[in-house]
Design a protein around this ligand. Structure first.
Ligand code: T5A
Length: 210
């Protein structure tokens, strides 16, 4: 049985990842693929518990390396228990956020050495990288207004230029990594969705991908 493909959706808070994950899933299913939709941090009971620990606001300052290692602990569990078995069974895995988020938030936002992130990635998911990443890029201020009415998690409460550093790190990653497709997510939803469908269709029609 051929292995499935691994597609991720990346971007800052309120960029539209969850909204557009539903669309990508529909496109893939229209093409007859069996899709497993999941998210990070999370995706297994243990990884979801780690997500609660990471996202819950707390008085104690969280060390950047402690945060990074918790994220990779959740990811190692998610990859071994959910993502790899699904891919081996021929399913297509669609995941909101993956290691590109860690390069953006922990390396770019928190200042963890990107080389350390790369080494932890190699330990947590050796040889596994997305086949396609849709990076939804929007200016942080504009995207945050979309989620302004929700109660904010520990990351969303960050201040100063944290989200600009995250965005810059995503931009560097998008330039360096051929699996990442940059989408301007600051536009109206219909325009963003047209571009997403185009990117997925191009991926599917590239020989060897589907
Ligand atoms: N994290 C995660 C790390 O620091 N490192 C890591 O390695 C990983 C994996 C996870 C947090 O963990 C951190 C980063 C995150 O802070 P999360 O909940 O998974 O948190 O991610 P968030 O980005 O916080 O999720 P959001 O729900 O805030 O953003 P989405 O999913 O991008 O946005 P969505 O689809 O919910 O849309 C938000 C609103 O905007 C509207 C939607 O209808 C919705 O109301 N919208 C638009 N409105 C106008 N125009 C458009 N183009 C729109 N697109 C969507």
């Amino acid at each position: 049985m051929p292995t499935g493909r691994f597609i991720t959706i990346e971007g800052g808070e309120g960029a539209g990842k969850s909204t557009n994950a539903d669309l990508v899933r529909e496109v893939l299913e229209r093409h007859g693929f069996d899709v497993l939709a999941t998210r990070e941090p999370g995706g297994t009971p243990l990884a979801e518990e780690i997500r609660s620990v990471l996202l819950g606001p707390r008085d104690e300052a969280v060390e950047a390396m402690a945060e990074t290692m918790l994220i990779f602990a959740a990811r190692a569990q998610h990859v071994a228990q959910v993502i790899e078995p699904a891919l081996r069974a021929g399913r297509w895995v669609l995941c909101e956020r993956f290691t590109d988020s860690t390069f953006a938030y922990q390396a770019g936002g928190r200042g963890v050495d990107a080389e350390v992130v790369a080494q932890l990635a190699e330990l947590a998911h050796p040889g596994l990288w997305p086949d396609l990443t849709l990076y939804l890029d929007a200016p942080p201020d504009a995207a945050m207004t979309r989620i302004a009415t929700r109660s904010l998690d520990r990351f969303e409460r960050e201040r100063g230029d944290f989200f600009e550093r995250v965005r810059k790190a995503y931009a560097v990653r998008a330039r360096e990594q051929p699996h990442i497709v940059h989408i301007d997510a600051s536009r109206d939803l219909a325009s963003v969705q047209r571009e997403i469908v185009g990117a997925v269709e191009r991926f599917l029609s590239t020989p060897g991908n589907a």
